[in-house]
Design a protein around this ligand. Structure first.
Ligand SMILES: Nc1ncnc2c1ncn2[C@@H]1O[C@H](COP(=O)(O)OP(=O)(O)OP(=O)(O)O)[C@@H](O)[C@H]1O
Ligand SMILES: O=c1ccn([C@@H]2O[C@H](COP(=O)(O)O)[C@@H](O)[C@H]2O)c(=O)[nH]1
Length: 185
């Protein structure tokens, strides 16, 4: 699942987990947990990349995802906010597992900005501030959007507008998932 910062990926993943039973893995959540893990050799590196809105070197993120997948003992994963860079996409599919499809959430930056500023009032996230948000938008446009284009050329992308209220957005997402996962696909 890919989309700009604050587009609503986490919000929609919660609905999908409830209705379709995927294991939800957020790359950002895994990185934040590793950042806080006592003794982590990557804590400081992750902290500085997240604050700057940059993409953490792929070896770290892929290892965290792979470990979480193996630890779950499950086989159906909804991966939230990943891949964010072409090198990650290629390496993950080569060394872990190919993806079935990509859900791309689109939304104007002004709308995402308002959502993140509001979320920042309570989230406690180091990157929910105007300076980091602008950097995250730039990274999304320059580094992450090419991943969407790459999967689009392969016919693997389903695009959903996230401007409307969460339940309206979920209505559209659910139609896609009902179709994709009917007949035990
Ligand atoms: N459709 C929506 N309309 C209005 N607010 C929304 C909508 N979807 C999510 N939100 C709110 O916007 C904020 C960002 O949503 P969420 O955390 O799901 O985004 P995200 O894409 O996972 O963000 P990030 O990439 O920064 O982790 C949250 O406060 C959430 O409650
Ligand atoms: O594959 C990834 C995913 C995330 N990051 C870093 O984490 C932050 C926050 O991610 P959210 O998905 O918004 O929680 C992101 O801005 C990156 O700095 C990453 O490096 N690689």
């Amino acid at each position: 699942m890919i989309g700009g910062p604050g587009v609503g990926k986490g919000t929609q993943c919660a609905n999908l987990v409830r209705d379709f039973g995927f294991v939800h893995l957020s790359a950002g959540d895994l990185l934040r947990a590793e950042q806080e893990r006592p003794g982590s050799q990557y804590g400081d590196l992750i902290r500085s990349y997240i604050k700057e809105g940059k993409i953490v070197p792929m070896e770290v993120t892929i290892a965290l995802l792979e470990n979480a997948m193996l630890a779950s003992g499950q086989t159906r994963f909804l991966i939230d906010g990943f891949p964010r860079k072409m090198d990650q996409a290629l390496k993950f599919e080569e060394s872990v597992v190919p993806s079935k499809f990509t859900l791309y959430f689109e939304c104007p930056e002004e709308v995402m900005l308002q959502r993140l500023i509001k979320r920042g009032e309570t989230s406690g996230r180091d990157d929910d501030n105007i300076e980091s948000i602008k950097k995250r938008f730039k990274t999304f446009t320059e580094t992450s959007y090419p991943v969407v284009e790459y999967y689009s050329k392969k016919g693997k992308v389903h695009t959903v507008s996230c401007v409307e209220a969460p339940d309206v957005v979920y209505g559209k997402v659910k139609v896609i998932f009902d179709k994709l996962f009917s007949e035990n696909n």
